[in-house]
Ligand binder design. Structure first.
Ligand code: KIV
Length: 267
């Protein structure tokens, strides 16, 4: 089914009032499971930097690391619509740099589109990418790349003035040619206001139920990491417990000579 999905699909879904489901994926088996479950967009998020590569935030992730994981996701979900999330400083230096790096997501990693954290300053890059045939997903609101400047992960668009600025930016990005827009960390009313102002779909994460779709970070959803869970995230399973118990059982089995059993041994 997903092989038939293209950028036009999402706009039509918005027109029909059909919610879009996006989930991050960083590896082949998880991508296969998410696609089989009906997730419509797999985002190879730069959140992989902290969620699976062990860095403190998204800043250290390199372009090569991101491409490596995008290609794995493509191998796991050959028909899926896959968005590669461009790492910090892989597109901000110049339009030429951003364009050349974005092209690698389509040419080398098999992605369908790229995502960039966006501002009005991103318009020339987006126009050039779209003109060259690279579909772009924007991202506004709370932007993890700017954590050093903002001094933390802060909710945006709380005042009327800030909400109006987000609407203005969203409209400029839509005009530049993005096919969808991630809204992160803003009140439900602001998410609704931005979504209503656009023809392209919005995909929310901590931006309320009025967005045209939702995205979650897969490790949050699966409860893979014990500890802090952001308010916007919902844990559907406590995988850290399941995995921890399996590992403990394995350790006990080896220590007690219960593994390998006859069924795991060769004669
Ligand atoms: O990297 C990521 O996972 C993201 C989502 C939070 C939208 O950008």
């Amino acid at each position: 089914m997903a092989g038939k999905i293209n950028v036009g699909t999402f706009r039509r879904m918005k027109e029909r009032g059909e919610k879009i489901v996006m989930l991050t994926a960083y590896d082949a088996p998880t991508a296969a499971l998410a696609a089989a479950a009906g997730v419509e967009i797999l985002l190879v998020g730069d959140s992989m930097s902290n969620t699976i590569l062990g860095y403190e935030n998204t800043l250290p992730l390199t372009l090569e690391q991101s491409l490596h994981h995008c290609a794995a996701v493509r191998r796991g979900a050959p028909e899926a619509f896959i968005v590669g999330d461009m790492p910090f400083m892989s597109y901000e230096v110049s339009v030429e740099q951003g364009l050349a790096n974005a092209a690698r997501y389509l040419k080398e990693a098999g992605c369908n589109a790229v995502k960039i954290e966006s501002s009005p300053g991103s318009v020339p890059l987006i126009e050039r990418m779209v003109d060259c045939g690279i579909p772009v997903m924007g991202h506004i609101g709370l932007m993890p790349h700017r954590v050093m400047v903002s001094g933390g992960y802060k909710i945006t668009g709380r005042s009327e003035e800030d909400a109006a600025k987000l609407v203005e930016t969203a409209r400029a990005l839509e005009k530049a040619g993005i096919f969808s827009l991630v809204l992160e960390g803003m009140p439900t009313a602001t998410g609704a206001q931005v979504s209503a102002a656009l023809k392209i779909p919005t995909i929310g994460i901590g931006a309320g139920v009025e967005c045209d779709g939702q995205v979650q970070v897969v490790t949050d959803l699966l409860g893979l990491i014990d500890g802090f869970l952001p308010k916007h995230a919902k844990r559907y399973v406590e995988l850290h417990k399941v995995i921890g118990e399996a590992f403990s059982q394995y350790v006990a089995d080896v220590k007690n000579s219960d593994f390998p059993g006859p069924e795991n041994s060769f004669s």
